[in-house]
Write a protein that binds this ligand. Structure first.
Ligand code: MN
Length: 311
């Protein structure tokens, strides 16, 4: 695994319905993200925060809220993440609302395209984030990034990528889903996104879920980008998010998910998104996110004492 990590703060909430995710990067820093990753032996550089438009709190226009502001943020993110990953660093985006992942995935997809490597995205979220301006009830762009990445969305956002789509829908794996708008559901199924919703996780367990995903990724010999929306976690353990949905991932389910992604040794980039300190209690949601990030970067209860269980 790449030993040089670059933290990239993205203090945006222009894509979200509630204000406050713009304070997420600082909450993650206060919770010790750099310190914990350094403990695991990584060289961590905090590149500071990117600049972008302030939240104008406008109404929806032509099906989108703040399209121009989202576009500027995502273009800046694309440029910086592409620079960092091309320099040989592992980019971690400290979000910020989830629309910003359009920028980071555009960058990582471009990087993989140039190196003739396949990219798979593991999208851990309560929501499918696959709305369009037609299906979205709110016009908030943080409900649309997966659709944009998979080639459906406004031409301005699509143009950030090296190609349309940036990532094939069949290379996007969703974990933790439990809230999908009715019309959005049809789009997700038509697109062919691989969805592990909460019922499927209940039935087969997180170990089998991640085993199936990672075996497919291995068969494709792909790199992995992890886009982690903290609202995938159960609200009882992660209340500091804009859109809490009951019935989410438990602490151990989330941690096992991260541990198994780490063991695959295929992850090249990460988004930590939608932490909203305005809705949190004593920064607990950011601290939990740091714990999970540590698991993604190899923190283990014991230093790999047993071989992983295989069927
Ligand atoms: Mn999301």
């Amino acid at each position: 695994m790449n030993k040089n990590i670059s933290l990239i703060g993205v203090p945006s909430d222009v894509g979200a319905g509630h204000r406050g995710a713009s304070m997420g990067p600082e909450a993650l820093r206060v919770a010790g993200i750099a310190r914990e990753l350094k403990k695991l032996g990584f060289n961590v550089t905090d590149t500071g925060n990117l600049f972008g438009p302030k939240n104008p709190e406008r109404m929806t226009e032509n099906g989108y809220r703040h399209l121009r502001e989202n576009l500027i943020w995502c273009m800046n993110i694309q440029e910086t993440v592409f620079h960092e990953i091309s320099e040989g660093n592992f980019p971690i985006m400290l979000g910020g609302d989830h629309a910003m992942s359009i920028g980071s995935i555009a960058a990582v997809a471009r990087f993989c395209h140039e190196r003739k490597k396949k990219l798979c995205v593991i999208w851990i979220d309560a929501h499918s984030d696959f709305n369009t301006c037609v299906t979205s009830p709110s016009g908030n762009i943080h409900g649309m990034p997966v659709a944009v990445v998979a080639g459906k969305g406004p031409k301005e956002l699509l143009s950030i990528g090296h190609a349309i789509p940036m990532v094939q829908a069949s290379d996007i794996y969703q974990v933790g889903i439990r809230s999908v708008d009715l019309a959005e559901k049809q789009l997700v199924m038509d697109a062919g996104i691989v969805t592990y919703d909460m019922r499927r996780i209940d039935e087969i367990g997180m170990r089998e879920t991640m085993h199936q995903i990672l075996e497919e990724v291995k068969a494709k010999d792909a790199y992995i980008h992890v886009s982690f929306d903290v609202d995938s976690l159960d609200p009882t353990i992660a209340p500091g998010v804009g859109t809490t949905i009951p019935g989410g991932l438990t602490y151990r389910e989330a941690q096992l998910c991260m541990e198994m992604i780490h063991d695959s040794q295929r992850m090249i980039s990460l988004d930590l998104m939608e932490i909203n300190p305005a809705l949190d209690f004593q920064n607990g949601t950011a601290r939990l996110s740091v714990e999970l990030a540590a698991s993604l970067f190899g923190r283990q209860i014991f230093p790999n004492p047993q071989k992983p269980i295989r069927k």
